[in-house]
Write a protein that binds this ligand. Structure first.
Ligand code: AFP
Length: 334
């Protein structure tokens, strides 16, 4: 919907909520999903406020606690987690949730809830103390509407939506099942507007590779070989926060990689399962990438979206981006 300008000169852009309302009504769906998305957006904007004021309020430090992932918990991790759980619970639309920052699955409204939500409330901890870009990642699956609900953990292919907020830049990108990936920008009223469809560019001229170069020698030989044979063709960018790095990959094309760590000089630091978490990191970007015409695989070259989680904090290696590039790498992994 083009910008609508009234006689008074006031300009009206289509809001995310109006875009989603039309989407839901076009598919004869309930408004429950709008209520859930309103909760997620409220959480993201509340987290953004705390992040923007974090330095002055002294919230960008450590809590002294260690989370289930064995990582030091940042104050902002805790704040972001509590904020998100509050809005999801009060929406009344969530059966249970999985959070990177909560050891156990979080029961919410088992009987009346309609959705499962898997989220990382503040991704990119290494950027927090510098006030640099971090992400809020989420995946949504719906309860079984035609039979008993067993609450099983869903594979990415069963998600109905997945999205990310890049904080503090305030961009919001969401993938909707069989309906593409859409990016929204914040207007002067702090409202997400101007739905822009994201499709991975076919032309490789702007494609980029993104991975932690410091880890290159710890990747599997065949991954190091693939990078050495291809890196000259593409630019290289790495911000250290999945949401921010994938934000670029979605716009420019190319591939983001977080391979398994299998050749670390200190074997205790090897991560044959990868570092990133499957349900609220890898599957979230894989879902959006798929809806944008791309692909995503794990260390065996198997599709991320097909992986059925055995544990809610399970990890996976991740290769995500332009279809032909990911498939080329996947061939060298098999
Ligand atoms: P944290 O949120 O635990 O810092 O992890 C961020 C992340 O999961 C993901 O956002 C980055 O892509 C990746 O890890 C960065 O990891 P390195 O610091 O090892 O490159």
């Amino acid at each position: 919907m083009e910008e609508d300008r009234k006689h008074s000169g006031v300009a009206f852009e289509q809001t995310f909520m109006n875009f989603l309302l039309q989407h839901q009504e076009k598919h004869n769906r309930t408004h429950d999903f709008l209520i859930l998305m309103d909760a997620l957006i409220s959480a993201a904007q509340h987290i953004q406020h705390y992040y923007l004021t974090g330095a002055l309020k002294g919230n960008l430090g450590l809590t002294g606690a260690v989370n289930v992932q064995g990582e030091d918990v940042m104050q902002m991790d805790q704040i972001a987690n509590e904020i998100t759980i509050h809005y999801l619970k009060t929406s009344g639309r969530v059966i249970h949730a999985v959070s990177e920052e909560s050891d156990e699955i979080i029961p919410m409204n088992p009987e009346g809830g309609r959705y499962f939500v898997y989220f990382d409330p503040l991704d990119g901890a290494s950027n927090v103390s510098h006030g640099l870009p971090v992400g809020f990642l989420f995946g949504v699956a719906r309860r079984n509407l035609t039979g008993p609900e067993d609450g099983r953990l869903r594979a990415g292919k069963d998600y109905i939506a997945a999205g990310m907020f890049v904080i503090p830049t305030g961009t919001f990108t969401i993938g909707l099942k069989d309906a593409g990936v859409w990016r929204f920008h914040v207007d002067e009223t702090n409202t997400f507007v101007r739905p822009t469809r994201m499709v991975l560019p076919e032309d490789p001229k702007d494609w980029e590779l993104s991975f932690n170069e410091a880890n290159r020698r710890t990747f599997a030989e065949k991954v190091q070989k693939w990078i050495a044979e291809n890196e000259e063709k593409y630019a290289f960018r790495y911000l250290g926060a999945l949401a921010a790095d994938f934000h670029r990959t979605l716009a420019n094309g190319g591939m983001f990689m977080y391979p398994a760590i299998v050749n670390h000089p200190n074997p205790k630091k090897n991560r044959p399962q990868g570092k990133l978490r499957l349900m609220y990191e890898a599957a979230v970007v894989a879902f959006m990438c798929h809806e944008a015409g791309g692909a995503a695989v794990n260390e065996k070259g198997a599709p991320i979206l097909e992986i059925v989680p055995e544990h809610h904090h399970q990890r996976s290696a991740l290769y995500v981006g332009s279809k032909s590039l990911v498939e080329d790498l996947a061939r060298s992994l098999q």
